[in-house]
Design a protein around this ligand. Structure first.
Ligand code: FAD
Length: 457
């Protein structure tokens, strides 16, 4: 079977490439290969009653399937070059923002227009942060919420399904360079050819992507992992911030080590959730636009970036080992009260029961100091006291810390300004390229590459 363009992965990167190709030329033959399920069939077995924690499905419905890792996410599309990836290093700051705004327009046309676009510009809160040596990053954020994000994806899929061949439950096993372009083999023992191939394999496809790079001799580098915890507290403590900005990315340089700690993925009135990456259970969070589904708690991650230098290269392996340690001790995610952590004692079921805060995730009460390296834990404790100055109550004894939260970074593939690899006609986009780490950057990279292919075709 021959296509004009083959896309590997139906996450935001792959979806936006396919959508752009279809919008511009309905006659193009495009095949999308996705190892996960169609959107409607994506179901995580955790129901909170019979199945309370991750059972490590062969294909994780949270991470794979139409919509990618973003399908059940909080749907926060941050329009900024300050975080979420380094797409601007390849395509320029102006173009990156234009593309993110274009993605926002498509999302709005497909059901997202009922949601709010927040902005940090001219925020009084920014000044308050500065006065306390905390630094608020600039961004506009469209918060679709998990529920509207799903509707947007559903609408986009319905528009594409008659024009594009979707191969669900189909993992691409290898990509070979052939005379006419690329030959793609799948786990169903089928092969497909196309002149152009776009790989958007995301975090789930990171290990497979490494094999593609080595087979096609593509240069890569990898040296970073972010480690930390997910903080959960009563929503009222952060209300003055989340009501105005929804999501705030705040960076702090610790006095003790001069390390940078940042807030990440803030979920007002949201829930803490498990995340399964290649069988390792870590923690994440989401929230809903629909008031009926909201909780009394707000959660966000506190992360410290760890960069490695020679001779160590396996930064993700380091992060995985720490996550595995928490899985070994807790059978999954560990939760600890801040008051217990600073007093050097483990949290147990009784202390959770007596607490004034009800956890939104059933995790194992334990001791994070047995899992997280001291330096990183010290950074996190210092950051919590710093945040307490702009949001008093953050350092309350009952504040919950779930661990570990790991932000894995894919190795970075050498790409040019078109996001084309050194193997001509092979484009690598989204989180799988190591260039993006967010919905808006991944989606924008998809549009960018589609336009480039349309120009050459
Ligand atoms: C719980 C959660 C919440 C998040 N919340 C936010 C948020 O609010 N805002 C934000 O900006 N970001 C958020 N993120 C991150 C965001 O989801 C990702 O940055 C984004 O999805 C990356 O898009 P992508 O297309 O590059 O990759 P992905 O979304 O990971 O999609 C890649 C797809 O490729 C498929 N695939 C991989 N390998 C193969 C193969 N060999 N063959 C076939 N298919 C393959 C996978 O199954 C997957 O569906 C969240 C992530 C998670 C897990």
């Amino acid at each position: 079977m021959k296509y004009d363009v083959i896309i590997v992965g139906a996450g935001p990167g792959g979806i936006f490439s396919a959508y752009e190709l279809m919008q511009s030329d309905k006659n193009l033959k495009v095949g999308v290969f996705e190892l996960g399920a169609p959107l409607a069939e994506r179901k995580c077995p955790i129901d909170g009653v019979k199945i309370k924690s991750c059972v490590r499905c062969k294909t994780c419905s949270i991470m794979s399937g139409f919509g990618g890792a973003g399908a059940f996410s909080d749907g926060k599309y941050n329009i900024t070059n300050d975080f979420g990836g380094t797409l601007y290093e390849h395509i320029g700051k102006k173009r990156a923002i234009e593309l993110m705004e274009y993605v926002d327009k498509i999302n709005c046309e497909n059901g997202g227009s009922v949601t709010k676009l927040y902005s940090t510009a001219n925020s009084e809160f920014k000044t308050k942060c500065l006065r306390n040596d905390l630094h608020l990053m600039d961004a506009q954020v469209r918060h679709l919420g998990t529920d509207i994000n799903y509707i947007v994806l559903e609408n986009i899929y319905n528009k594409m399904k008659d024009n594009i061949d979707f191969h669900f439950h189909t993992a691409v096993t290898s990509i070979k360079k052939v005379e006419s372009g690329y030959e793609v083999s799948t786990d169903k023992d089928e092969t497909f050819e196309a002149e152009y191939c776009i790989v958007s394999a995301g975090r789930v496809g990171s290990k497979w992507m490494e094999s593609v790079c080595s087979e096609l001799n593509l240069a890569t580098k990898s040296n970073r992992v972010d480690l930390g915890v997910r903080v959960e507290l009563q929503a009222d403590i952060f209300k003055h911030i989340t009501d105005e900005l929804y999501e705030s990315k705040i960076v702090y340089r610790t006095k003790q080590y001069q390390d940078l700690v940042r807030t990440f993925c803030m979920n007002p009135k949201g829930a803490v959730v498990n995340e399964n990456t290649n069988g390792i259970v870590t923690v994440n969070g989401h929230s809903y636009e629909d008031p009926a589904m909201q909780t009394n708690n707000t959660n966000f991650a506190l992360l410290v970036a760890k960069h490695f230098t020679e001779p160590f290269k396996d930064s993700n392996g380091y992060g995985e080992s720490i996550a595995r340690l928490s899985n070994m001790l807790g059978g999954g995610v560990i939760v600890q009260r801040f008051g217990d952590l600073v007093r050097g004692r483990r949290t147990n079921e009784k202390r959770i029961q007596e607490s004034f805060l009800t956890p939104t995730l059933e995790a194992t009460p334990g001791d994070l100091s047995l899992v997280i390296p001291k330096r990183i834990l010290d950074d996190i404790v210092e950051m919590i006291y710093a945040l307490d100055k702009i949001a008093p109550g953050t350092a309350n004894d009952d504040t919950l810390l779930y661990g570990v939260e790991v932000k894995f970074y894919n190795m970075e593939v050498e790409l040019d300004e078109n996001l084309e690899s050194t193997s001509k006609g092979l484009f690598v986009i989204g989180d799988g390229s190591g260039v993006t780490h967010s919905l808006s950057h991944a989606s924008a990279s998809g549009v960018h590459v589609a336009r480039r292919i349309l120009e050459t075709i």
